[in-house]
Ligand binder design. Sequence first.
Ligand code: CA
Length: 254
Amino acid sequence: MTTAELTEMTELLVQYLQKNHFIQFDLKAVLFDMDGVLYDSMPAHDKSWQQTMDEMGLKHLPHEFYLQEGKIGQSTIDAVFQRNLHRDATDEEVKKIYARKTELFQQYNTGELIPGAIEILKYVQTKGLKPVLVTGSGQPSLLNRLEIHFPGVFTSETMVTAFDVQQGKPHPESYLRGLQKGGNLKPNQAIVIENAPLGTESAVGAGIFTIAVNTGPLPDSVLSEAGASIVFDSMGTLLETMPEIVRIIQTIRL
Ligand code: CA
């Protein structure tokens, strides 16, 4: 990092502390979103949503499913129904559409990881910080799959999934639960890595310093406007910068 970048980073962390009435960080955990942060699964989610709606003859907006990322399935479906049919979907319609979308997702998802995801998790662990997963996903095979790709990183005690929350992102509940699972932490004892505007909103709503990694097609401004303190263009860039971020977080005092 250049001196100017270091100064800017320090300034962003100071702004966070001031805004949230803390005098310092006490970093214990890093909260990771899953789709688009650890797994390169968003293109498959987007494609399956689009195809499902096309098959139903329902119009969708450009990048709609990236903008809605993190919402529970029903909210995403209702938004499309309201626009096309001026009503919410019935429970039966939601079930049918979600089943079709899930079927297509399983077909399209490559299971590929976001480059740098493994390395950043390793880095977090070597610094003695606890990685916590905060996802709106509710796939039963999630834990097994995570154990295969990221062995020894997450346990059911350090994961927030669809089964742990009443309200999906952008409600802060997901990240508040993440703080609990991190060890009943206060917001200044964690940072969040997110890729989506609603996820960012959820994390910022929980009062946590939020770093966005823009791995999708949306402009960076969408993530800044959602409240991300920093937006990186890739996990690789975050990985390069992470030691400096952690160093400043551990030394900064107001
Ligand atoms: Ca995500």
